[in-house]
Design a protein around this ligand. Structure first.
Ligand code: TXA
Ligand code: MG
Length: 351
């Protein structure tokens, strides 16, 4: 069943338009193209075509009840997709954060294929802040639906090599470019009702949204950090962003985390390879384990950006179990911890 995937290298500083035109043709012909964005790589197809969008679900092995984000390169391009004209709040959000890592959920028009919105009466839209993505949408002249370009359940791809691992043979073209600048997905904000709700924390922080909407103008979804897709049948493991090895988050004061993890390392010297996901401030503590730092606790934006690559690195090394330090849940730490908790299947120990 493997497809013939063309891999095309592009430089975002100096885009080869002829090569990008080939990608645009594939989108127009209802094929699939992996494209770089500032958040993570996306698996794109013509958002106005059910046939094209179904190929995305097939390539990812994604359940069809999980809706997709539609990517646009201009405001005009989204007008057809919306039920109502943009209101003042939407305009202010767009002015503040587009192009950029904010996805807005609107009431949708009938032009949105049901596959894109998974039969909901809303549609999620964003304008990516990446020259290759924007130019591709412009050349294709249609909005592009694109989930993260990982195989369903795996960490999202922030580097071309991750995409090639996951998608070679499953899509028509992969555009290989630089590492994703933000490295964690967009914030999903539902503005289809009076109070804006953060459905997924991401590249735009809650604090930034509050500056535009006011403190009472935006809330976090109660279910945001919950095991929403919790296995309906027991025994089925919840997997999202999951590395191959079981992952346990250790939460508490720094010294207590260190003691707990060190105890685990000492106990299992002979019983297998232990991975530790930690910060620059603590990485020298865990002798005898395979230690990967996500960076300084004072730069959790960089930590969030490194997370998916670090999770994939543990797979490459082949550790048997991973202990992860918990990080502060403000600013970009909120998105970082949201992904880490999902990767851990909500396995957390408080020390
Ligand atoms: O940064 C990103 O958003 C990346 C890049 C490629 O743009 N895309 C991405 O897509 O993360 P995906 O499919 O992996 O995640 C889309 C998220 C899911 O949590 C989905 O449930 C939510 O957006 N979503 C999409 N449409 C929605 C809707 N109509 N209502 C509520 N949530 C929606
Ligand atoms: Mg995803």
């Amino acid at each position: 069943m493997a497809m013939n995937t063309e891999i095309v290298e592009l430089n975002e500083q100096n885009i080869d338009i002829e090569k990008l035109m080939r990608a645009a043709k594939i989108i127009q012909n209802l094929g699939t193209v992996v494209l770089p964005t500032e958040t993570v790589y996306g698996l794109g197809a013509n958002a106005l075509s059910s046939t094209a969008v179904n190929k995305i679900f097939f390539a990812k092995g994604r359940p069809s009840d999980n809706p997709l984000i539609v990517h646009v390169c201009s405001i005009e391009m989204m007008e057809d997709l919306l039920k109502e004209p943009l209101d003042l709040r939407a305009k202010r959000l767009i002015k503040a954060f587009w192009p950029g890592p904010l996805t807005l959920v609107f009431k949708r028009s009938d032009k949105v294929p049901l596959e894109v919105c998974a039969h909901l009466d809303t549609v999620a839209i964003r304008m990516p802040d990446h020259p290759i993505a924007l130019k591709l949408i412009e050349l294709a002249n249609v909005p592009i639906a694109a989930p993260s370009a990982n195989v369903s359940g795996k960490p999202s791809p922030t580097m071309a090599e991750h995409v090639i691992q996951d998608m070679n043979g499953r899509v028509d073209m992969i555009i290989s470019a630089d590492r994703s600048r933000i490295g964690v997905e967009s914030t999903v904000l539902d503005i289809s009702s009076p109070v804006a709700v953060v459905l997924r924390p991401g590249g735009v922080t809650l604090e930034q949204l509050q500056e535009v909407l006011g403190k009472d103008g935006v809330i976090l979804d109660k279910m945001m950090d919950d095991v929403v897709d919790k296995p309906r049948s027991p025994g089925m493991k919840y997997t999202h962003y999951a590395p191959n090895a079981p992952l346990l988050i250790v939460r508490g004061e720094r010294e207590k985390i260190i003691d707990y993890v060190k105890g685990k390392i000492e106990k299992s010297v002979s019983s297998g390879l232990i991975g530790v996901l930690c910060s620059d401030e603590t990485k020298s503590e865990y002798q005898g384990a395979h230690v990967i730092s996500i960076g300084s606790v004072h730069r959790l934006d960089q930590g969030a950006s490194n997370l998916f690559a670090v999770l994939r690195e543990f797979d490459r090394i082949g550790v048997d179990v991973i202990f992860a330090e918990a990080f502060a849940e403000d600013e970009m730490g909120l998105a970082l911890m949201n992904r880490l908790k999902k990767a851990a299947g909500f396995n957390i120990v408080d020390v």
